[in-house]
Each structure stands twice: as C-alpha cells, then as structure tokens.
Design a binder for this molecule. Structure first.
Ligand code: TRP
Length: 375
C-alpha cells in the first residue's frame, strides 16, 4: 500500500489513526480467528469469552499448533508483558483479562515479563529509577486481574537478567542489524540498546522449554502491535531448539476522544485503573466521542450511531452480557436512548468494575512475593 493512502499507524511504539484491522491482518501476515479455529478452541473452553464472541481478539499465529499439542496431552505456557513507564489504564487490562481467562480454562502456567529497560531505552527522558517505580506499581494491577499465584511468575528484566541473558544472546546472534533496522524503521542515530531489545522480549518465549526441560509451546496473548517482535522470534526459535511462539492478538480499546488507541500521554483520552468515580464520570461525560444527534428532538427522530459512539464501543469491551448490549445498541439506534443516558450506563459499568479492581489492587500489596521471580 502506498504510504499516503494509509490513515493509521501501528508499530510497537506508535498507534494512531483509524485502524483498519482487516487490512492489518494482511499487512502483518497474521491469520484471522476464523470459525474453524474458534470451533476447535471452544471444545476445550466451553462458552467463549466475550472478547472472542465480539472479535476483540481477532487474529492469531500458530494457535492451531498449540491446540495440536494440547490435544496430544502436551501443555503450553502463556506469556505476556508490560513495559512500565507510567500508570496502567483500562486499555492495558484487556489482554490481561483475556490471559487470566485462558489460564483458568487451560490450567496452564503464565510468564509475565516486565521489561523495565524497554521504555528507558526508547524514550529520552525516561530513567531506570522511574521504570522500576512504575514496574512495582503496574505489578499490583497485574496481580489484581486475578492470576493464579501457583501458576504465574512475574519478573523485571533488570532483576532476572541472570537467567535471561544467555538466551537473549542466542537469539541476538541470529538477528541481523539489517533485519532489525528495516523491521522497525531504525536510523543510525538510534541507540544500540534498541537494536538488542527484541532479543530480550524473545526470551520468555524460550524459557518454558528451559524450565520444563522439554520442548514446550508458548501462546502469547497481546495487542496486535506486538506481533512484529514475535515474528522475529519465530524466525530464530527453531534453529535454537525452541518451538515457534504462537500469538493471539487483540484490537485496541479506542481512545475516548479520537481514533487510535488510548494513549498514556494524552490524559483526556485515558481512564487510569486508580481513577475514582468522579474522575470517571467527568472524563466520560466531557470527552467520550458521541454518535448522538445535536438536539434531543433530532436524536429521538433519527436515532444515534452506536458504531462511531465511543461510549458504546467501550461497552463492547466491558459489558459481558450480550443481550444487554444488544438492547443498548438497538435503543440507541432507534433514538429511545439518549447520548447522556448511554454514557451513564458506561460510567456505572466502569465504576463497578474499578471498585473491584481497586480492592484487589490493595490486596495485591501483600501478595508480591508469591508472584515475583528474581535471579
Ligand atoms: N513491549 C511490550 C510493551 O511495550 C511489553 C512486552 C514484553 C510484552 N513482552 C511482552 C507485551 C509479551 C505483550 C506480550 O508494553
């Protein structure tokens, strides 16, 4: 595709514009989660998670291989991660909630990488002290999602590097400068830590085989922008004696006031996991882009447009009940439900969700030792 035709950007460091997920599947060379694989998946999980029913998780690579092995009695590991440099917002929780569901359904181990060097290397102003501080804060949010402490290990790269470094070097030796440069669009002025970084993000895809002392598959639930790292991992894995990691990929929670994803750097578009009820109410009412009409009269007559309404879009991520969601869709479209009323439904939903999350986040403060791996 010609660059000027492109209305969105999706890289591990930048997501903006109105993302066309159909196109992205082709561009990234990943597979859609089609009916065949979903039907196979469902045999093991029973009722599908609403993220699958709604195509929020919409794509994958090698999920079929994970199921082949699982059906032969070979367990896989889950692996996901979070690069800390600020607080967690609601968009970050989407892949983590899904990862927890997968852990419950398949009863498998999870490795959770906290690359506390990543944002340090990529952002000029970010210090290692800051990423370490945010790592500890973010881990509370991760634990609050409800992972099984017996089956989950969380580690900071700078604290677990002794176990990781050997495998990072093995991967790095097979990844050329020219590949990294063209894959990520790097310039000569980029620092060499950035060039090496993908090797570190590859390592947790290899660790299960090391830990289990036999070839062990890995499934990585994450947002689509991360697949490019794992494409590079897949290119080197087998020659190092590890299976190619599989991914299951999700869309972005849209920003409140614009397209793209919710950005940590634009406060108006973001709801933090620590926001109180009034902050949530204020931000949704003020910033959530509305698909409603200009006047109540016109809205009643012509109806709203849920397909562009951010409050409605957010409910697809947070209202589990399909029937309730359908009713909201229809009533908004017919004009029965006003934009302010729709926003109120979302505000109540999010505040109930955050109340539970924040309680769990408090409890997590005493559980850190159960989860964290160190050298
Ligand atoms: N690069 C990711 C970020 O920017 C962090 C990360 C490390 C990750 N390993 C991962 C994300 C595995 C998803 C899956 O937050």
């Amino acid at each position: 595709m010609k660059k000027k035709d492109k209305k969105y950007i999706v890289t591990p460091w930048e997501v903006s514009g109105d993302v066309d997920y159909g196109k992205i599947i082709k561009e990234f060379g990943v597979k859609p989660l089609d009916n065949n694989i979903i039907a196979r998946f469902k045999k093991h999980t029973g009722k599908l998670h609403y993220f699958l029913r709604r195509n929020i998780f919409f794509s994958h690579m090698y999920l079929d291989k994970i199921l082949d092995e699982f059906e032969k009695g070979n367990n896989f590991y889950l692996y996901t991660g979070r690069a800390p440099s600020g607080p967690v917002h609601l968009g970050h929780l989407i892949p983590w909630m899904f990862t927890k569901w997968l852990q419950d359904k398949f009863k498998v181990n999870l490795l959770f990488q906290i690359p506390d060097e990543e944002k340090f290397l990529f952002n000029k102003e970010t210090t290692l002290e800051a990423t370490k501080y945010w790592a500890k804060e973010n881990i509370l949010d991760i634990i609050a999602v409800g992972f099984d402490p017996k089956k989950t290990k969380i580690f900071l790269d700078t604290e677990y590097a002794g176990h990781m470094y050997k495998y990072a070097c093995m991967a790095a030796k097979k990844m050329t400068f020219s590949t990294i440069k063209s894959t990520f669009g790097l310039k000569d002025s980029h620092n060499i830590g950035i060039i090496f970084y993908t090797a570190m993000q590859s390592v947790p895809a290899f660790l299960p085989t090391v830990m289990e002392k036999k070839k062990t598959g890995v499934l990585i639930p994450c947002a689509i922008d991360q697949d490019v790292h794992f494409r590079l991992t897949r290119d080197v894995a087998e020659s190092l004696g590890f299976p190619k990691p599989a991914t299951i990929l999700c869309r972005f929670l849209p920003a409140l006031s614009q397209g793209g994803k919710m950005s940590s750097s634009i406060a108006n578009t973001t709801i933090w996991t620590t926001d109180g009820p009034n902050a949530v109410k204020g931000k949704i009412n003020k910033y959530a882009f509305s698909g409603g009409r200009d006047t109540v009269e016109e809205h009643r007559k012509k109806g709203g447009n849920p397909d562009i309404d951010v409050a409605y879009q957010w409910l697809t991520f947070f209202e589990e009940d399909d029937k309730k969601l359908r009713k909201i869709y229809e009533e908004y479209k017919s004009g029965k439900l006003l934009s302010g009323e729709l926003k109120q439904i979302l505000i109540d939903k999010l505040n109930a969700f955050l109340k539970v999350h924040q309680k769990n986040r408090e409890k997590a403060k005493n559980q850190l030792d159960k989860f964290i791996l160190r050298d």
